[in-house]
Design a protein. Sequence first.
Length: 69
Amino acid sequence: MTIRPDFSKLSFRQLDIMRLLAQGLDDNDIGTRLGLSTRTIAGHKQLILARWGLSDMADLTRIAKETFL
């Protein structure tokens, strides 16, 4: 199944998180770079999953890598 994410549904912060996720950073490292808590990072990732209708983080990570690397 091919997923075609709609990036217009994401905030600038969520796009930043996607870029860092593509680089292989975990929530702690992403939070440190962006000055946010790991809980906030996890919340943004859950919002992205919901907005795109994804069910797991593996799909999100794959899309991030395909898009931003």
